[in-house]
Write a protein that binds this ligand. Sequence first.
Ligand code: MN
Length: 226
Amino acid sequence: MTYAFTPVPQPTLPIKGSDNLFPIHRIYCVGRNYAEHTKEMGGDTKDPPFFFQKNPDNIVTDGKFPYPPATQNLHFEIELVVGLKSGGVNIKPADAMGHVFGYAVGIDMTRRDLQDVAKKLARPWEVAKAFEASAPCTALVPAAQVADPSKGAIWVDVNGERRQTGDLSQMIWDIPNQIAFLSTLFELKSGDLIFTGTPAGVGAIKKGDKLKGHVAGVGDLEVAVI
Ligand code: MN
């Protein structure tokens, strides 16, 4: 038996300091995991965070983000990305960090106008979140090289101007609790990525803009909107 046609390539992330690649299984994203962002989106900070997904092949690592079709309001969301080396179900928070392979800096690109329509009509979010190239990302930094992913600055500049700024310690669900909660809903597997939410200051970008995102202890992500 063989495939009826050539399968699309396995999506991957580079690994800092290694020739090996991290094969991506799924991409989970946390919504409203920083209270100040929840407020700017008009949400209730008493509501718990929630999850949505992007497609594994939405990841781009070449520093180029092609402005997508079908939107007049494309927003950036700077996020710490967690990569898993193993998974399971009903993982306890105390065991969760043992499943982490490493960390990256990512941007959750969002067609905000389509998301607003989806919210209004109680429709799903894929058209707003899971489109081509919607997840620019750096290489993964192995967990052993990241001193403390529970705190530190997270920010993004657009054309040299600071637009989003926060601290990883402001997450409502920290990384262990994200992994634990996700594992009650899905069977987590090696190769899963988690976009851990974004601080306040999201906004629109246009063709020609240059973004530079930073997560303390992980690195920088530079993206050109083309
Ligand atoms: Mn996000």
